[in-house]
Design a protein around this ligand. Structure first.
Ligand code: TMP
Length: 258
C-alpha cells in the first residue's frame, strides 16, 4: 500500500541524496532521504544502510530548533522515517559555507593546517552546478550573473551566521566541534511578500563535526576519506543529541515468542 501511494506521487526532482515529490497541498514538497552517499561530485558512491533515516531525523532536529528561535526554514514537519514535509521555495543556486576552523578545501586552497581556529567565521559561496563541480564564486559573480540580489545576499549572510551560532552551541553542548557546514537558502512567497529561508537539509552530510576531546570525525569525511563506518558516526551524533532511540536503523528482527 505504501508503495502504491509512493508510485502515484509526482516526482519533482531527484538529487544525489534526496528525492523531492509534490506535496499534499499547494506550496508544499515531500523531501525523501535516500541511503545513497556520494563524494567528489559523485565520483565516489555507496549505499549506507539507514543514512536516510538518520539524516531525516537530524535535519528535523536542527530545522525545528532554528524555527523555534526565529530563524526561518522551509521545514514543516516530519512525515515518517524517511520523509519530511517542507515549504516549496525557489532555491538560490548557491552553496553557502560557513567555517569556524580550517578544513577541507579551505585548508587545501590556502595551505592552512586542518583544525586551525579561524580569526572569525568565514563565509564562502559556491555556484551550484554539478557539471562545473560547484565552483567557489564571489559576490561579484553572484551580482553580475543575477543569481541573487543584494537584499537576498544580506538575508543569506544573516541566516548563515545565525545558523552557525545555533549549531555551534547545540553541538558544543554534546561535546562536538562544528568545524564548518553548508546550507542552501530559498525564497518563499507569502502573498505579495517574499522572504529568505534555510532550505535543503542540515545533517552530518553537510557539516564537519569533530569530537571535542578526541578529534574523531563524526561527519561525511568518514566516507570521503574511508575512516570507518559512516552510519556509526551519524548514529553517535544522533545519540548524543537525544534524537533517536538506539538502533532504529538496524532494528533487530522480530523474535518468536513461544
Ligand atoms: P569543503 O571544505 O569541501 O569546501 O566543504 C565545506 C563544507 O561544506 C563541509 O562541511 C562539507 C560541506 N559540503 C557539502 O555539504 N556539499 C558539498 O558538495 C561539498 C563539497 C561540501
Amino acid at each position: 500500500m505504501e508503495r502504491d501511494r509512493m508510485a502515484r506521487r509526482k516526482k519533482i526532482y531527484e538529487g544525489k541524496a534526496k528525492i523531492l515529490y509534490e506535496g499534499p497541498e499547494p506550496g508544499t514538497i515531500v523531501q525523501y532521504f535516500k541511503d545513497d552517499a556520494t563524494a567528489f561530485n559523485a565520483q565516489k558512491k555507496d549505499v549506507i544502510d539507514g543514512k536516510g533515516v538518520l539524516n531525516n531525523r537530524l535535519s528535523e532536529f536542527f530545522m525545528t530548533g532554528l524555527n523555534n528561535i526565529g530563524v526561518p526554514t522551509h521545514f514543516i514537519r516530519r512525515l515518517n522515517m524517511r520523509e519530511q514535509l517542507v515549504r516549496s521555495c525557489e532555491i538560490v543556486p548557491l552553496e553557502i559555507i560557513v567555517r569556524n576552523f580550517a578544513a577541507g578545501s579551505l585548508s587545501t586552497r590556502l595551505g592552512i593546517e586542518e583544525g586551525t581556529p579561524l580569526p572569525r567565521p568565514i563565509v564562502e559561496y559556491c555556484y551550484k552546478d554539478d557539471k562545473l563541480g560547484d565552483p567557489l564564486v564571489t559576490e561579484e559573480h553572484i551580482a553580475a550573473f543575477g543569481w541573487a540580489s543584494q537584499q537576498d545576499m544580506d538575508d543569506i549572510l544573516s541566516l548563515a551566521l545565525r545558523v552557525n551560532d545555533f549549531l555551534s552551541g547545540v553541538m558544543m553542548a554534546v561535546g562536538i566541534r562544528l568545524v564548518d557546514f553548508k546550507i542552501e537558502c530559498g525564497r518563499v512567497y507569502d502573498g505579495d511578500f517574499q522572504r529568505m529561508v534555510v532550505a535543503d537539509e542540515i545533517s552530518p552530510d553537510s557539516c564537519r563535526l569533530w569530537d571535542m576531546e578526541t578529534g574523531q570525525k563524526l561527519d561525511k569525511d568518514v566516507f570521503r576519506r574511508d575512516l570507518g563506518s559512516l552510519s556509526d558516526a551519524y548514529t553517535e551524533v544522533a545519540r548524543r543529541l537525544g534524537v533517536m532511540p538506539k538502533n532504529t536503523t538496524q532494528m533487530a528482527k522480530p523474535k518468536l515468542i513461544n
